[in-house]
Design a protein around this ligand. Sequence first.
Ligand code: ADP
Ligand code: GLC
Length: 478
Amino acid sequence: MKKILFAAAEAVPFIKTGGLADVVGSLPFAFDPEERDVRVMLPAYTAIPDEYRKNMRDITHFEVGFNGRQRYLGIKELLYKGLRFYFIDNEEYFGGPSPYTDYMYDIEKFAFFSFAALAALPHIDFQPDLIHCHDWHTGLIPPYLATQFRYDPFFANMRTVFTIHNLKFQGLCDRDTLRNISGLPWELFAQGPLCSDSSGNMMRGGLEYANFITTVSESYAREITTPEYGEGLDAVLQQKQDRFYGIVNGIDTEVFNPATDPALKRHYDVSRVKAGKAAAKAALQKELGLDVNPDVMLLGIVSRLTDQKGMDLVMPLLEKLTRSGRCQLVVLGTGEAHYENGFRQMAASRPQRMAVCTLYDEALSHRIYAASDAFLMPSRFEPCGLSQLIALRYGALPIVRATGGLKDTVRSLDKAGKQATGFVFEDYDVGGLNWAFELAEKTFFEDRPLWDALRRNAMREDFSWKRSAEEYGKLYDL
Ligand code: ADP
Ligand code: GLC
């Protein structure tokens, strides 16, 4: 039986700031335990809720030399829903209220995590055939394996897959600083595989040394080999085309299930969608102080409020979206202050038509997916996107831009007709979003049977992990 270790900075239900956590907390469960022994390694953040921390078992602890001194390395273990999770403990690095702190400190913290994840392995009675690394936080695992750990027979045959969840974040810092912190051989740095331009680059380490590279949709895999989306690493990825794959994300269809979701008062599936969504809409309107009106078109946004997510296209349209009173807008998200403030100010001037919650709230997000008729996600770029998948499952039709995973998972009314699941615009400009919104609005108010058909299509799409897990399985077996 093949043994696979996932290494990542986040996983639900322990710690989450975005889609990475959803993926790392759900994909491992999609493999047949008779075929593969999959386990997960995470940092033991003190921010992990007590209900999990108190059940973690201490396996062992020891000291390792790292960045100039001896460091505590504890290993904890938790059996969760039948899967074994390991946690690297070091409160100096993984203390505090959030997994990420100051950017420079995060570099050191995740360099340590990458080193410690390997150093821990001989102590946990698990010798993986392959380590599946996720995003820049684990970018140093493949180079460590290829250098420091290479001569230890325990690690000699270990292979790696490196998955890019977002190429925008690479773990960049001054080259000499990364060399000093990581302790990796100096030849890797002077214009070598751990650099881009004159900076040290942790993500590039993963790309250069992993046996296989993947990213989370086929379109994004193509896009990031071009200078427009490549974030300076397009040429590196082009060179590695023969070992670079796009595999689309799935979602946990048990957690995101309107038929059983504990966050909803009234459950629904595709056969009871009208009544179910009407109840969710009325409840949310009441909860957020909006006009309680079943006839309005409710638009939802659940997102990090950043440029990536296309918020600069939404801002200029706010006035129009909420002017006529036919539409209401609910925004749940945190991020850049100018977006948070802009949304808040607009909502304050029309509290019956627009509500903004600048916080992170899982249960509220579920109530918004359920209550929304349409879901806005006009991203500038989107490696995969899980929010639109969740929206589809809850019968909220996505209004998205044709980029990355959005392009691969939503079928537009103007192209797919009755087979459509949403509304997709091409060019990244306010006019594009406006066009898609107007098409959605017209359909909602003038052709409700068509809208209902699209909603049924959306809810019937299969975004479970099954197919993607098979793709990863093939890679693990190569
Ligand atoms: P990204 O990882 O780029 O932020 P994804 O669409 O892949 O985008 O995943 C975002 C995940 O985070 C989804 O599960 C979404 O519901 C959730 N999410 C984003 N913002 C919030 C928030 N403010 N409160 C609750 N959940 C949120
Ligand atoms: C990143 C991307 C998002 C993707 C998620 C999980 O956060 O921005 O598009 O869905 O990772 O792969």
